[in-house]
Design a protein around this ligand. Structure first.
Ligand SMILES: [Zn+2]
Ligand SMILES: [Zn+2]
Length: 173
């Protein structure tokens, strides 16, 4: 099974995707990035593709519905690089998620190093989560819903953080 099959936090240090060069992340495609070349021919279960976004089934679904939504262009490699200027992109990702999944139970991102594919991808879940799904994508919340300490951050939490000029990291948002 190819490594993009799952976003499970991997302890492997030999993953070729880890050697990706962040300096070229603003270009349209990044050599060696499996998500940049996402296509049906390459085995992706694509459910939607337009000029801006591509949506496909996670190869190892952790819930009844488990989609990934990515910007077609590489834009940024992870949620950590998102800034205020990306709010429009996040908005498009949210709209598409709500078009494809009637009532998502959860939408969010892995926070590196707990992200196996360095190309921004939004996880969208609906229905029953598997046991591993509950472990891999836990939502941590503080009193007002801000991000707590954790490796998964919801779309709402990300928007709040970058709207306030902050950046997403493993600690509290
Ligand atoms: Zn992920
Ligand atoms: Zn990419």
């Amino acid at each position: 099974m190819p490594s993009f099959a799952s976003c499970f936090p991997s302890r492997s240090t030999s993953d070729p995707l880890d050697s990706f060069d962040p300096l070229v992340s603003s270009s349209a495609t990044v050599k060696g990035c499996v998500f940049c070349g996402a296509s049906r021919e390459k085995g992706f279960g694509i459910v939607h593709a337009d000029d801006e976004l591509i949506a496909f089934h996670d190869r190892t679904p952790r819930a009844t519905v488990h989609l990934l939504i990515i910007p077609r262009r590489h834009v940024v490699s992870s949620v950590r690089e998102l800034r205020n200027e990306h709010l429009t992109l996040l908005n498009s990702m949210r709209s598409l998620a709500l078009t494809l999944v009637s009532s998502p139970s959860k939408m969010g991102f892995h926070v590196p190093p707990f992200s196996s594919v360095p190309h921004l991808h939004l996880h969208v879940f609906s229905g029953k989560h598997t046991f591993i799904g509950r472990f891999k994508y836990p939502i941590s919340r503080r009193e007002k819903g801000e991000k707590g300490l954790g490796w998964f951050v919801t779309l709402d939490q990300v928007e709040k953080i970058i709207q306030n000029g902050g950046t997403v990291n493993l600690g509290r948002g």
